[in-house]
Design a protein around this ligand. Structure first.
Ligand code: HEM
Ligand SMILES: *[C@@H]1O[C@H](CO)[C@@H](O)[C@H](O)[C@H]1NC(C)=O
Length: 319
């Protein structure tokens, strides 16, 4: 009997070890004992931030997307270029448009005060993203936690693995598949463009040269985005409710009011996702549900766990 018990104890210790090293899992309860106030701290900061500027919820969400698509959700996007260290901030998709870094710094400072050297920047970004979306009227969900922070970044991966605004459906599909995300995931995650803004340079060709665009929207957007000049002038993605996380993005697509080429191809590029666009345009609850599930999926792209990576002290610099 004693040997049998010993055998099972050994077995369970072994599987615990195996679990944390070989196949470490993220868990919503990861900081329950080590930083029980974490979620309250992040949420309270995000409330203040969104009250000041609603768009910041969108900007943080985009940071998270661009983090996860480059070697996983490991806070690599937060690292500054410094000396010989080349980060991702000056890659094509991020330079001049990625924003919200100070918000993550502020949250990190509050979290460090409460729980020193405990919570990763990657997890803070994941939580801030969730809260921003919820505060703008979108869904909420339990964020799997336990990511650790990268000691490296890759400008070249940022340049090659984050999709661009003039991408066709085949390119978008391929780039999402490369992250183990399906065509359905692409379709629902693109609904993130229900909030936030985009610079003229990214939609200029669409409003001036494409045929499948609503004439009134094209006329309106051309006022602030001429054929040349005004590259960084901003326009909202969502033609009706740009600070509300709702399903209007899909109504826009059906009305040829998608602002980026990469938005409109979800409806006009052929393919099986067209019916999903129609469904989300009718059923906001289905969109919210599927979006939350897809965010959880995206948030699990190649996390550093266990003893890999580190808990960065300052989100901008490796320890
Ligand atoms: C499918 C391919 C995608 C392309 C080509 C794309 C491209 C872009 C571009 C060009 C901008 C404008 C940036 C600027 O002018 O500052 C933008 C903004 C944004 N993107 Fe995407 N995006 C894609 C998917 C996603 C996904 C999957 C998410 C999140 C799940 C996302 C979230 C956002 C948000 C929230 C903004 C607004 C940011 C702000 O207002 O600061 N995008 N995107
Ligand atoms: C994604 O692309 C990278 C680099 O191009 C490659 O190493 C990796 O295996 C690809 N992953 C998948 C799931 O296709």
């Amino acid at each position: 009997m004693a040997t049998l018990i010993k055998f099972f104890v050994t077995l369970s210790i072994f599987s615990l070890l195996a679990c944390s090293t070989i196949n470490a899992q993220l868990s919503p309860n990861f900081y329950a004992k080590t930083c029980s106030n974490l979620q309250t701290i992040v949420r309270n900061e995000m409330i203040k931030v969104i009250q000041k500027e609603a768009r910041m919820g969108a900007s943080i969400l985009r940071l998270f997307f661009h983090d996860c698509f480059v070697n996983g959700c490991d806070a690599s996007i937060l690292l500054d270029d410094k000396g010989t260290f080349v980060g991702e901030k000056n890659s094509g998709p991020n330079q001049g448009s990625a924003r919200g870094f100070e918000v993550i710094d502020t949250i990190k400072t509050s979290v460090e005060t409460a729980c020193k050297a405990t919570v990763s920047c990657a997890d803070i970004l994941a939580l801030a993203t969730r809260d921003g979306i919820a505060l703008l009227g979108g869904p909420s969900w339990a964020v799997p936690l336990g990511r650790r922070d990268a000691r490296t970044a890759s400008q070249s991966a940022a340049n090659s693995q984050i999709p661009g605004p003039s991408s066709d459906l085949s390119t978008l599909t391929r780039m999402f598949q490369n992250k183990s995300l399906t065509l359905n995931d692409l379709t629902v995650l693109s609904g993130a463009h229900t909030i936030g803004q985009t610079e003229c340079q990214f939609f200029r060709n669409r409003i001036h040269n494409e045929a499948n665009i609503d004439r009134n929207l094209a006329t309106l957007r051309k006022r602030n985005c001429p054929t040349s000049g005004g590259d960084t002038n901003l326009a909202p993605f969502d033609s009706v409710t740009p600070t509300k996380f709702d399903n209007n993005y899909y109504k826009d697509l059906i009305a040829n009011k998608g602002l980026l080429h990469s938005d409109q191809v979800l409806f006009n590029g052929g393919g099986s996702q067209i019916s999903l666009v129609r469904k989300y345009s009718r059923d906001g609850a289905a969109f919210s549900r599927d979006f939350a599930a897809a965010m959880v999926k995206m948030s699990k792209i190649s996390p550093l766990t266990g003893t890999n990576g580190e808990i960065r002290k300052n989100c901008r610099i490796v320890n």
